[in-house]
Design a protein around this ligand. Structure first.
Ligand SMILES: Cc1cc2nc3c(=O)[nH]c(=O)nc-3n(C[C@H](O)[C@H](O)[C@H](O)COP(=O)(O)O)c2cc1C
Length: 204
């Protein structure tokens, strides 16, 4: 079976650091035989959640915009690679808007008690920050734990890189690009078992 892998970029910066890592990870997934798709949230109109809670009755978001296009692709995929820069110790605004809109998927699962039981779906997150602090990754780790759970995906891995600020600077990092490729390859390996806990890669 060919696995479908979707890569979602949440950076506003095309050819930025998280973008380059994401595309490396997707190249790794493709080398493992997966069918890959790459999306950038900046190419879509996705409004923030309005907390109307209509989704608690239907499991569907009533705000009609491109959220539905991206989420349909994400739900169809077997694997997700989500890449974000660190903005003010957290994920980007584009990432947060999309994640918050997935509240309808949370409602679908936890309010309406529907799950996509039986499907082996897995996700990994890539995050890049400019400062030497690593505290910012704790925020991403927690957000992604609950996001991946809401979309019924097993949190398989994270790749966090700090001290990377300028556009494209990640290419000068001694191992990050190779690590991204290897993680994408592993994520898309059809013979691998689901991990018991996320593979945690933090690079400086
Ligand atoms: C609005 C904004 C907020 C930022 N906040 C942080 C931060 O809190 N911590 C940090 O380490 N870097 C911060 N940065 C730096 C970016 O994380 C860094 O430049 C990163 O490489 C951007 O990734 P990208 O090229 O994938 O967009 C910030 C940058 C911007 C534009």
């Amino acid at each position: 079976m060919t696995l479908k892998v979707i890569g979602i970029l949440a950076s506003p910066r095309v050819n930025g650091n998280s973008d380059l890592l994401l595309r490396q990870a997707l190249a790794g997934a493709e080398s493992a035989g997966a069918q890959v798709e790459y999306l950038r949230l900046i190419d879509f109109e996705i409004a923030p959640c309005i907390e109307c809670n209509c989704c608690y009755k239907t499991g569907r978001c009533v705000v009609e915009d491109d959220y539905h296009i991206v989420s349909a692709k994400m739900l169809d995929a077997d694997r997700l690679i989500f890449a974000t820069p660190i903005f003010f110790m957290a994920v980007s605004a584009q990432a947060k808007a999309f994640i918050d809109r997935c509240q309808c998927l949370w409602a679908h699962k936890y309010v309406l008690k529907n799950t996509a039981a039986g499907r082996d779906r897995r996700a990994m997150v890539i995050a890049v920050g400019g400062s030497k602090s690593k505290k910012m990754f704790e925020c991403v780790r927690l957000t992604m734990k609950y996001f991946f759970d809401a979309i019924d995906m097993n949190y398989a891995a994270n790749l966090f890189v700090n001290k990377i600020e300028n556009i494209g600077q990640i290419k000068e990092h001694p191992s990050a690009m190779k690590e991204a490729f290897a993680l994408g390859q592993k994520l898309a390996d059809p013979d691998s078992e689901p991990p018991e806990k996320p593979l945690d890669i933090e690079l400086t």
